[in-house]
Write a protein that binds this ligand. Structure first.
Ligand code: SF4
Length: 453
């Protein structure tokens, strides 16, 4: 099969072991016309901040931007449900001509009167970036008038890509916590950064940590509240789960508040065990270390017993991975190795050169590694490599199904927790269910003959 790749995209694609060039170029703006799978700057900021459950998320822009709602980040809450609503100033033609600041002021007033939230985020989207409303002035005025925090997230979609939105969200969080007076330190307390409590994952990890005697002060931002984020400065350590979205915040908190950070993945048996033991080591308590070792031993044995019936059914199958961040892609490669499967394609939307170095070191010969891929490239390489399953998000799902390839949702919308020991078992069951479904035999003929229907 002839692969048609845009010339400007060639440096973002590599084949492990086939070329002298071992690195893919990354961190750039998407190539014009390449139909990137990446979301816009506003979406990047919104997905990070939206799980703050008692905050009010107001989208200042046309109503279309407000279609990014709780549905694209199905994080769960143990308290307020305010974050599940979507609010917009719904800018129209008249606002473009005369400005939308008055409308925004009126919206903030209405929100304060009806909901009394402790915190409002105002997301300024593309249109506001063009007409130039002074949103900062509206925020300052509202803060002094109502005595709550009102933070502008200046996120016009056209200003870059999703990763820039992550950075803007981190800056907004820094603005929120920086004004806190001295926060007392919590014994052995940690913050988890980059867990969005999808399907209750933050609760699973929180329970492991609780069992070993390590309290979670707050999670950024799954099931968090304005008050819990403010207490975050009482933690001894930041544990970064999703490095793609949270490295900027982790570095900022280290520089400004002297809270060190580690990267730790809770996807897969090996990574979860290593994350818990690493945290226990850094906490520096023998008792915590002892409890962590007991928990890891018990849960690993239990999970392995549950996994073992599936291993013969998965052995030798080929996986393609296309996810948001590099850290998740790395964990998934390790998980597939644990299951005896081969990763034949791995790509991310916002991976860093450091991530791609690790990916290249884990990949087997011939694995396709690609940054900011588009559907055409994914299709071509999955066919060429004979992938049996694609792990990705909502935008990749139709592509896999149209090709007659099994699919596993590892993105914001999923309803099954995939973190921790429990999540590793769920992941295996889901991969098995999808990959060994009898439906594929009816949809797909021999790919070696190039016949797919
Ligand atoms: S690209 Fe611009 S207009 Fe589209 S959703 Fe993002 S912020 Fe809104």
């Amino acid at each position: 099969m002839t692969l048609k790749i845009l010339e400007d995209r060639l440096s973002s694609i590599a084949f492990k072991g086939k070329e002298a060039r071992s690195r893919v170029s990354c961190g750039k703006n998407s190539v014009s016309g390449a139909v990137s799978q990446r979301a816009c700057v506003f979406c990047g900021a919104r997905v990070v901040l939206n799980p703050i459950t008692d905050a009010f998320h107001l989208v200042h822009g046309p109503i279309g931007c407000a279609s990014y709602t709780w549905d694209i980040r199905g994080s769960l809450s143990s308290g307020s449900q305010l974050y599940r609503h979507s609010f917009s100033t719904d800018l129209k033609e008249k606002d473009v001509v005369f400005g939308g600041a008055e409308k925004l002021e009126a919206a903030v007033r209405e929100i304060v009167e009806k909901y009394q939230p402790p915190l409002i985020f105002i997301y300024s989207t593309c249109l506001v970036g063009v007409i130039g409303d002074d949103v900062e002035a509206v925020c300052r005025k509202a803060e002094s008038q109502y005595g709550i925090r009102v933070i502008n997230v200046k996120a016009p979609g056209f200003a870059g890509h999703k990763a820039m939105g992550y950075r803007l969200a981190s800056e907004a969080i820094m603005k929120l916590i920086s004004r806190e007076p001295e926060v007392p330190k919590e014994k052995f307390g940690v913050n988890i950064l980059g867990d969005y409590n999808l399907a209750g994952e933050a609760w699973i990890i929180g329970n492991y940590l609780k069992e070993i005697g390590v309290p979670v002060v707050t999670t950024f931002t799954g099931d968090s509240t304005c008050a819990s984020l403010r207490r975050s400065l009482g933690a001894l350590l930041n544990v970064v789960q999703c490095a793609g979205s949270m490295m900027y915040l982790a570095k900022g908190m280290e520089e400004s508040f002297d809270i060190p950070f580690i990267k730790a993945s809770f996807f897969g048996l090996a990574d979860t065990k290593s994350a818990l033991l690493k945290i226990a080591d850094l906490i520096g308590s023998k008792e915590v270390r002892r409890k962590a070792a007991i928990l890891c031993h018990r849960e690993t044995e239990k999970a392995q017993r549950e996994l073992s019936p599936y291993l013969p059914k998965l052995k030798g199958k080929k996986a393609a991975i296309f996810v948001g961040g590099g850290f998740k892609a790395i964990s998934l490669m390790r998980q597939f190795e644990e299951l005896g499967m081969e990763t034949v394609l791995v790509g991310t939307q916002t991976g860093t050169s450091e991530d791609y170095e690790v990916i290249a070191s884990l990949a087997s010969k011939g694995t396709v590694i690609l940054d900011d891929a588009n559907p055409s490239e994914l299709e071509s390489f999955m066919r060429q490599k004979g992938a049996d399953i694609l792990v990705g998000g909502v935008k990749e799902r139709p592509l896999a199904y149209k090709l007659g390839i099994a699919f596993c949702d590892h993105n914001h919308e999923r309803k099954i927790p995939l973190s921790g020991f429990t999540g590793a078992v769920n992941f295996t069951k889901e991969i098995n269910l999808s990959i060994n479904s009898p439906v594929w035999a009816h949809l797909r003929k021999k790919p070696s003959l190039g016949i797919w229907s």
